[in-house]
Design a protein around this ligand. Structure first.
Ligand SMILES: CC(=O)N[C@H]1[C@@H](OP(=O)(O)OP(=O)(O)OC[C@H]2O[C@@H](n3ccc(=O)[nH]c3=O)[C@H](O)[C@@H]2O)O[C@H](CO)[C@@H](O)[C@@H]1O
Ligand SMILES: C=C(OP(=O)(O)O)C(=O)O
Length: 423
């Protein structure tokens, strides 16, 4: 399948944001820790979630969607072998290692796949689990792991890796004694994972900080949990509105997680205001005005949370491609995340990259082209470029985009874009 966009239509209207991909995936892995029921509300029906659900089913779990709620019954599973097909299509399958070792003391799984935005080694994951008394052998493309019992200890991460933190947290929940994770990643999705596990009976302190303490428990309980809206999808749609100089309303925007992104959006000339929703603890309505979002940004650097999210770097680049001046982006998290630059250039942009730095000289017009999504967010960047380009853009490799966006064409059509999926 491809995505086809007829450019030149400003986005206007109101949109609801899907549940968070990067929260859903480790939480689904967390459901495996419990010999019983987990219900996840607001679970996005994206390809990566479908892969994870398929993996669980092939391992003997029952997993069914009812609307946007996913019900998992992990009582039937006795398998510790992750089927290779789906697991090697996605990155987050690696966090099954921690939960399988916790539940079965054994795990066999393939190296994870996913977007090629860098080498993406898993050394920090393996070091953390080995410290917790796991033995892990790497045999070709297969990871073979076992433990007499995972044991709590101090895990000091050399870098606050999101996936390695999640693996250590998942492994610690049923481990003997206390695990301390120092220099843990602080991304909001990790906070959701900790909250989800706590609601299941895990004993975790330090949630939301870079220093987590997890005291192992014997078992977990049935639970229901509501996933938060996806901050990266929120940012993508705001950038799409900025690129078309449109104005949109996001019903429940996770603004508290988007500070550094919103600062950059303002620097680019975007304006927004918030309206508090009636209930406490819920997300406000964000009213965005993008008619003046034509300014360059001096320098934006991606960083771990709460810095500017690397997952919004490519979509931002597409907007800056038409800014009135020169912008600089520095990608500090992944070493190969500028693949969409060349494709944007094919559409008329002027972007030069050297190592981790991209210089974007704004142009008056982008032109529709046939291009191929290089990865998930690079694909989203091409959609944004297509929305503000002259003529028609066709984006192949649409499956990359489907890994993280539930219905990007439907959502953008609701906002007035001329965009659809085609063969
Ligand atoms: C499913 C999911 O949640 N994916 C997110 C997660 O990916 P992911 O969990 O893969 O990201 P990490 O935080 O682990 O990776 C960040 C950096 O650390 C390096 N590294 C990581 C692990 C390791 O063992 N060794 C190592 O060197 C990576 O190569 C990368 O350069 O966080 C990224 C950074 O916010 C996001 O872009 C991804 O959307
Ligand atoms: C890089 C991403 O995801 P993953 O880690 O699942 O490849 C992303 O969501 O942009």
């Amino acid at each position: 399948m491809c995505i086809e966009v007829q450019g030149g239509h400003a986005l206007h209207g109101e949109i609801c944001i899907q549940g968070s991909k990067n929260a859903a995936l480790p939480i689904i892995a967390g459901a495996l820790l419990h010999d019983g029921i987990t219900v996840l509300h607001n679970c996005p029906r994206i390809l990566d979630v479908m892969y994870m659900v398929q993996i669980l089913r092939e391992m003997g779990c029952r997993a069914e969607f009812e609307g946007s709620s996913l019900r998992i019954d992990a009582s039937g599973t006795d398998s510790y072998t992750v089927p290779f097909g789906c697991a090697s299509m996605m990155r987050c399958s690696i966090v099954l290692l921690g939960s399988l070792l916790g539940r079965f003391k054994r795990a066999v799984l393939p190296y994870p796949g996913g977007c090629t935005i860098g080498a993406r080694p898993i050394d920090l994951h393996l070091d953390a689990l080995r410290k917790m008394n796991a033995s892990i052998e790497e045999e070709g493309e297969v990871l073979n792991a076992w433990t007499a019992r995972l044991t709590g200890t101090k895990v000091n991460l050399a870098f606050p890796s999101v996936g390695a933190t999640e693996n250590a947290v998942l492994a610690a929940v049923l481990a003997r004694g206390e695990t301390e994770i120092i220099n843990a990643a602080r991304e909001p999705e990790i906070q959701q994972l900790c909250e989800f596990l706590t609601a299941k009976g895990a004993r975790i302190t330090g949630t939301g900080t870079g220093h987590l303490k997890i005291r192992g428990v014997e078992s977990l309980t049935d639970s229901e949990y509501e996933l938060m809206p996806d901050r990266i999808v929120t940012g993508t749609y705001l950038l799409a509105a900025a690129a078309t100089r449109g104005s949109i309303v996001i019903e429940k925007a996770p603004v508290d997680q988007l500070d550094s992104f919103l600062d950059i959006l303002k620097e680019a000339g975007g304006r927004y205001r918030l309206e508090e929703p009636p209930g406490k603890g819920s997300h406000p309505m964000l009213i965005f005005e993008g008619k003046d979002a034509c300014l360059p940004v001096r320098e934006v650097e991606t960083a771990v949370y709460p810095g500017f999210p690397t997952d919004l770097q490519s979509p931002l680049m597409a907007v800056l491609a038409k800014a009135e001046g020169e912008s600089v982006i520095r990608e500090n998290v992944f070493e190969n995340r500028f693949q969409s630059a060349e494709l944007l250039n094919a559409m008329g942009a002027r972007i030069s990259t050297a190592g981790r730095t991209a210089r974007i000289t704004g142009v008056k017009e982008l032109y529709g082209k046939t291009v191929s999504a290089p990865d998930l967010r690079g694909g989203a960047a091409l959609v944004i470029a297509g929305l503000c380009a002259r003529g028609s853009t066709v984006i192949s490799n649409e499956h990359f985009i489907g890994r993280g966006y539930e219905d990007i064409t439907g959502d953008l059509r609701k906002l007035g874009a001329k965009i659809w999926r085609t063969d």
